[in-house]
Design a protein around this ligand. Structure first.
Ligand SMILES: NC(=O)c1ccc[n+]([C@@H]2O[C@H](COP(=O)([O-])OP(=O)(O)OC[C@H]3O[C@@H](n4cnc5c(N)ncnc54)[C@H](OP(=O)(O)O)[C@@H]3O)[C@@H](O)[C@H]2O)c1
Length: 272
């Protein structure tokens, strides 16, 4: 399968790295990227072909659009007459399928994806949405590529991708926020910065591993470490009194609302 990436930044490199680790041949990949240093690094690291924007696109079975959302309209309109019958996968946050299809001259074989930063360590989760005219075989092809950097969840409506953005797209930041807070709490208990960091990070890593490997859900696992009248119960009560759970739900809802706004803004053509 011949694969073309438009944009050779962080996400493209993550997906490419995952594919090569699975045995995909770098020689079958072309990366279009303006930065010469990045092109050279990509060639040296993965033995891929590279070219500058504006170079003619060879026939590809799959084109992955991996530029910033603000760059996508210009990039898509520039390649519209060269995409042929390729499956086009866009990972640009916020850009809806109808805008993308319009910019690509009415192209129908489209999958829109919302990945997240743990993709950089092959531990991501992506939400994916296929255009109506995209076949099951194309969905499978997209999933084969995306699963190189983690799990894939398919959604059926554009609005659900706003939800994916709010949960798994922005979610790593919520987790880092909680990790920062736990670290600050350790500092407040008098631990040195390195020890505070170790206590907070390993608590997260261990709790996540336990949750992923356990048949119990998070609620049960939490109750199992919360003895009546004990220390954890006192802490959980303080969290509940401060409505931390409700605040997290409200925060995700605010993120989804912002995702909807951005989708409207970014999908607009200049004359609209
Ligand atoms: N990183 C994430 O966690 C994450 C999560 C979800 C979704 N995404 C989406 O993934 C996409 C890529 O993100 P990223 O973090 O990988 O960004 P990035 O590192 O900035 O990569 C984008 C690359 O595209 C290049 N580029 C700019 N114009 C181009 C053109 N005309 N033709 C070809 N390449 C061009 C950029 O070069 P210059 O730097 O020289 O402009 C840059 O190297 C974004 O749309 C983002 O919304 C990212």
């Amino acid at each position: 399968m011949k694969l073309t990436f438009i944009g050779g930044g962080n996400m493209a490199v993550a997906i490419l790295g995952g594919l090569v680790q699975r045995g995909y041949r770098g020689q079958d990949v072309l990366v279009i990227e303006p930065d010469q240093a990045k092109r050279e690094e990509l060639q040296a690291s993965w033995q891929v072909h590279t070219a500058e924007p504006g170079a003619p696109l060879p026939a590809s079975e799959v084109i992955v659009l991996a530029v910033k959302p603000q760059q996508l309209r210009q990039v898509a309109t520039a390649i519209a007459n060269q995409v042929g019958n390729a499956l086009v996968i866009s990972i640009a946050a916020g850009i809806k399928l109808d805008a993308l299809s319009r910019w690509l001259g009415g192209h129908g074989r489209l999958v829109r994806v919302m990945p997240n930063t743990p993709a950089l360590v092959q531990a991501g989760i992506s939400g994916a949405l296929a255009a109506d005219s995209t076949s099951n075989a194309d969905r499978q092809l997209a999933e084969d590529i995306l699963s190189a950097v983690g799990e894939v969840v398919w959604v059926e409506k554009e609005s659900e991708l706003d939800g994916v953005t709010a949960i798994s797209g922005s979610g790593p930041a919520y987790v880092f926020y909680f990790m920062e807070a736990l670290q600050a709490a350790a500092r407040a208990q008098g631990f040195a910065p390195e020890t505070a960091r170790k206590l907070a990070y390993q608590t997260f890593a261990g709790a996540v591993k336990l949750a992923l490997e356990s048949p119990d859900d998070a609620d049960t696992l939490r109750q199992k470490v919360t003895s009546k009248g004990g220390t954890t119960e006192r802490a959980i009560n303080a969290l509940e009194t401060s409505q931390v759970r409700a605040t997290i739900i409200a925060a995700a809802s605010a993120a989804a609302a912002r995702s909807r706004e951005l989708g409207e803004e970014l999908g607009r053509d200049p004359q609209e």
